[in-house]
Design a protein around this ligand. Sequence first.
Ligand SMILES: [Zn+2]
Length: 152
Amino acid sequence: MTDQVTTKVCSKCKADKTFDSFGKKASEKYELRTQCKICHNEESKAWHKANREKSRAASKSWRKANLEKARAASKAWSRANPEKVKASKEKWFKENREKESARAKAYVDRCNDNYVARTMGLKLSQCPQELIELKRINILITREIRNQQCQN
Ligand SMILES: [Zn+2]
């Protein structure tokens, strides 16, 4: 007469449970987990939760540390390479000045007879050409003064 074992004590809740209450695990005795399915589920849920929070916190602090590192590195680089910083600033200003003067030129090109007459509240047909020319120069001078003031 063999005493066939059909129950197993859960290592966690210590309850004596039938084999079908345990999940399979080849390396364990009877090829069953030491914890019953209920305990195992709770344990793995808790593990995932703890690790999700851990991994979230870890990636958050990594980002923070690396952002600060990146900032610090760029500051240190700027301090170590003042002439490069100066050159890149000058390059930026030059490029933007070129863009600015291109825009100003386009603006002058748009300063046609019709536009000039309208700035005086007149129709083009009412304006002598000499007046148009003078007013255009006046507009361009005013703009140039404004540009100079903006740059200073
Ligand atoms: Zn259990």
